[in-house]
Design a protein around this ligand. Sequence first.
Ligand code: ZN
Length: 67
Amino acid sequence: MSYFCKDCSYRGNKSGQDGACPACGSFNISRQAARAQSTPKYNRLRIVLLIGLWGYLIGLILWKLNP
Ligand SMILES: [Zn+2]
């Protein structure tokens, strides 16, 4: 899990006491693990959709060429 401080732009795997920034002590800090995990699943779905669309187009062209 990685943390990002919005006040001093600290970036690291550790947070200070009570979830505060270890560099400046601010509580304006956010975790970035959930956002990084959701991205590959979305990209995989887009690739599957793209391959399916291309397969449909190629099938349509082959069906038109061979009556
Ligand atoms: Zn900070």
